[in-house]
Write a protein that binds this ligand. Structure first.
Ligand code: PMP
Length: 414
């Protein structure tokens, strides 16, 4: 029997839901149950209004105009860098490169850090549970350099086998890249422990933090990693926003990735010099409105009662997991001891896509597919899973509706 906490502190899910206009809509004439936040999260009114205000009141390009609008836009845009630095507990705002998301952040490290450094005989270590964004950029680097990719295994529960990861840190490994949280399994990896092992051996560690910051506080200093990639749209901010944090000394050694305006010191036909990080990596006009929105998202999250959010999410996870386990024919994929409320599962005799379609007709949005994690699907021997991914704005009543609908639609397919 799931024990549900009483509301903890100031966290009141019904009040919080009113901050998210989209959650009030219906789908197929049923009230929406949005269980796809790991894919992209819904946005609070504060974010929507910040983006709207930017376009209405101070739309201008950043870092080039001396006029008032340009200064206001630059200040608002740059405030996202400050807030991201605080969110990640980065030692300096200059260690935050603003990107279009995790994918661009990881590709920046691949092309600017790894490509010039790696060669035949070198290895990049990843894990079985990585998203394609933390696999394919390294494969591209391997193709060009003659380096090779090595994979640290997981167990059936969906936990990284830490001893095997540490064993795999042989002298040929020049970079290790792991997810903080798996987007399929919900597993929280013991990043601080992994970072202790990589640091001892002088191997830089990149962490794909896409699925972590939406659920708990991230502290790059405490983690002890070297690169941290994250994405804004899963953090209740606009799409096309994200960041790479890296240690200043590492960023300083990285050559530019994209060339263009805003990333230079001086351009001459006989030789161009580049700006210091982070601007060196931010060529061209950025997603100004997006970062204005992301700054608002970080403020919004900062004002929530974090202990209350954590307790509520833990309760939702326990409730949904127990209820799914109790349904006949359901196989959970990913039963790690430390998880965020992301639950992958299969239902005997029914295709994931068919179930997701039927659930959609009940107003319930879940994701079906490989979740950009083919190697993980191969590990479990399945082509696809259903994934219910929850956020703090979800409720126990929604979990009940989801499980009841699943029980109903499953019978239609059996
Ligand atoms: N890594 C993980 C673990 C993810 O869940 C995602 C998004 N599904 C990404 C990377 C890619 O993020 P983005 O598409 O925002 O760049």
């Amino acid at each position: 029997m799931t024990r549900l906490h009483d509301p903890v502190g100031d966290f009141d899910v019904d009040r919080v839901r009113t901050d998210f206009p989209l959650l009030a809509r219906s789908v197929h004439d049923k009230p929406l149950v949005y269980f796809d936040s790991a894919n992209t999260a819904q946005k609070p009114r504060a974010v929507i209004e910040a983006v709207d205000r930017y376009y209405r009141e101070f739309n201008a390009n950043v870092a080039r105009a001396v006029h008032q609008l340009g200064e206001e836009a630059t200040a608002a845009y740059e405030s996202a860098r400050d807030k991201l630095a605080r969110l990640l507990n980065a030692p300096s705002r200059d260690e935050i490169v603003l990107t279009s998301g995790t994918t661009q952040a990881i590709n920046l490290v691949a092309y600017s850090w790894a490509l010039p450094r790696l060669g035949p005989g070198d290895t990049i270590l990843v894990t079985t549970m990585e998203h394609h964004a933390n696999i394919v950029p390294w494969q591209l680097v391997c193709e060009r350099t003659g380096a090779r990719l090595k994979v640290a295994p997981i167990d059936e529960r969906g936990e990284l086998i830490v001893e095997k990861f540490i064993e795999a840190l042989t002298p040929d490994v020049k970079l290790a890249a792991v997810a903080h949280v798996s987007n399929v399994l919900g597993t929280i990896n013991p990043v601080a422990e992994l970072a202790r092992a990589t640091r001892k051996r002088g191997i830089p560690l990149l962490v794909d933090g896409s699925q972590a910051a939406p659920h708990f506080a991230v502290d790059v200093r405490a983690l002890g990693c070297d690169f941290y990639a994250m994405t804004g749209h899963k953090l209740f901010g606009p799409t096309g926003t994200g960041a790479l944090w890296a240690r200043r000394e590492i960023l300083r050694e990285m050559p530019p990735f994209f060339g263009g305006g805003e990333m230079i010191r001086e351009v001459r036909f006989d030789g161009t010099t580049y700006a210091e990080p982070p601007h060196r990596f931010e060529a061209g006009t950025p997603n100004i409105a997006g970062f204005v929105g992301l700054a608002a998202a970080i403020d919004y999250l900062g004002a929530l009662d974090h202990a209350g959010v954590a307790a509520h999410e833990a309760d939702l996870l326990a409730h949904a997991t127990d209820a799914l386990r109790a349904l006949p024919g359901v196989r959970l994929i990913g039963e790690a001891a430390h998880k965020v409320p992301v639950i992958s599962f299969l239902v005997e005799g029914a295709h994931a896509h068919d179930l997701a379609t039927l659930l959609d007709h009940e107003g319930i949005a879940v994701r079906s597919g490989h979740h950009c994690a083919h190697p993980l699907m191969q590990f479990y021997g399945v082509p696809a899973t259903l994934r219910a991914s929850l956020a703090f704005y979800n409720t126990h009543a929604e979990v009940e509706r989801f499980v009841a609908a699943l029980a109903r639609v499953r019978k239609l397919l059996a």
